[in-house]
Design a protein around this ligand. Structure first.
Ligand SMILES: Cc1cc2nc3c(=O)[nH]c(=O)nc-3n(C[C@H](O)[C@H](O)[C@H](O)COP(=O)(O)OP(=O)(O)OC[C@H]3O[C@@H](n4cnc5c(N)ncnc54)[C@H](O)[C@@H]3O)c2cc1C
Length: 376
């Protein structure tokens, strides 16, 4: 079996990896270089964490995601993951915070609620508000994202996968499993998989109204030198307030500390809108000043923009297109952690080892066994 995969982000590369493990042949076409610095997958880090609000299916999927990463680490010969633990914080009555804790507790996972006193004692680097509540999870950590994409790009050719960097797909025929490249060449296989990140609507216009590119801003930060060691031992901090939506990645595994805004912009063109305006950086730093004690001692680093591809309910879209095609999209700001797992799931489906009707529901965070219709 031969598959043509469009896109060398984490989804396309993971699918090619999983296909190669199943003895299939795969060609990956990528419009830019690999890693593509403009792709959603390429940055120093991506977080993996169990706290998922009320979304029990995605919470449960995280354990499977860890197992899939372990299989990838075994093939790559090294792990590109650093454990940090997860600190979830928010104002009293905060929906996402309470829902996450309730979902985890229902599964029997340990959720350590911290009193204000404990919070202040254990996390003096944070600035707290008397209305804050917080819980700590021992699980969760940092996937070294660019390192993973680079390692896959080195490993896959050795495993027999061809990577065609600098080749843009201009059209896809999912009935015949063909992909036409910008040089006029037509590649054909038994299946075509489109994993084109925020560019998906250009190749498959029928998806353009269903998933929306969303320009997001992040900034690196240099903590005061006397706090660098303490920060390297901090958990990730998630303050997913609907009004602000802040996440903080501690400086681990040779990376920089990073803060990003999780509130969706739902605007932007991934080829053009890359410059970060001073006002955007200022607004992010204002959020940091609300959360980090003595923030005037921090030095802001580079600010960057990056694109999410957002489905209305933040559900992943892994669906058949035509007789011989699949699309993987809608991974929003939470897809990377499931990259290896999604790649395996698509490869299993293409090789007939997984139900093609159950896969879209599972990927969308619905229980595949449950009757059709939205689940919580
Ligand atoms: C700032 C930010 C923070 C995030 N944080 C997290 C996090 O902490 N945890 C988490 O799990 N997830 C996180 N995410 C989400 C996650 O990174 C994405 O969901 C995931 O990387 C999407 O991968 P992808 O392969 O679908 O897309 P991409 O990485 O964008 O890959 C798509 C590739 O397809 C190529 N392509 C597109 N069109 C064509 C074409 N016509 N021909 C050839 N090639 C084409 C593109 O050039 C690109 O390289 C974050 C995302 C961002 C932007």
């Amino acid at each position: 079996m031969r598959a043509i995969v469009v896109g060398a982000g984490i989804m396309g590369l993971s699918t090619a990896w999983a296909l190669s493990r199943r003895g299939c042949s795969a060609v990956v076409v990528e419009q830019h270089q690999v890693p593509n610095p403009l792709g959603s997958s390429v940055d120093q880090h991506r977080l993996i964490r169990y706290s998922y609000g009320a979304q029990a299916s995605y919470t449960a999927m995280v354990a499977d995601a860890y197992a899939a990463w372990d299989r990838l680490w075994a093939d790559l010969g090294r792990s590109l993951y650093v454990d940090t633990g997860t600190l979830c914080i928010g104002a009293e009555g905060h929906g996402w915070l309470n829902d996450s804790a309730a979902t985890l507790e229902r599964r029997g996972d340990a959720v350590e609620w911290l009193s204000q006193t404990d919070l202040a004692r254990r996390f003096p680097l944070l600035r707290l508000d008397p209305r804050d509540r917080a819980f700590l999870l021992p699980s969760g950590g940092v996937l070294l994202a660019t390192g993973i994409v680079e390692a896959l790009a080195r490993y896959l050719p050795v495993a027999g996968v061809a990577i065609r960097a600098g080749s843009a797909a201009v059209s896809v025929d999912p009935e015949r499993a063909t992909v036409t490249l910008d040089n006029g060449e037509i590649l054909s296989g038994d299946h075509v998989v489109v994993a084109a990140g925020p560019w998906v609507g250009r190749l498959l216009p029928e998806l353009a109204g269903r998933v929306t590119p969303s320009r997001q801003v992040l900034t690196y930060l240099y903590p005061p030198p006397d706090q660098a060691l303490a920060w390297s031992r901090m958990p990730m901090v998630l303050d997913i307030d609907p009004a602000f939506g802040f996440y903080l990645v501690p400086p681990v595994g040779g990376t920089l500390m990073k803060v990003g805004d999780h509130s969706f912009s739902l605007t932007g063109d991934p080829d053009r809108d890359r410059q970060v305006a001073d006002a955007e950086t200022a607004s992010l730093l204002e959020g940091c000043a609300r959360r980090l004690a003595g923030f005037d001692r921090y030095r802001p680093g580079e600010a960057k923009s990056c694109f999410y591809t957002v489905e209305a309910e933040e559900r992943f879209v892994v669906e058949p297109i035509g007789a011989a095609g699949w699309v993987m999209t809608g991974f929003s700001g939470h897809g990377f952690k499931f990259g290896a797992l999604m790649g395996e799931a698509v490869a299993e489906t293409l090789t007939g080892d997984r139900s093609p009707t159950a896969l879209p529901r599972w990927a969308a965070g619905h229980d595949p066994q449950a009757p059709e219709g939205p689940t919580a």
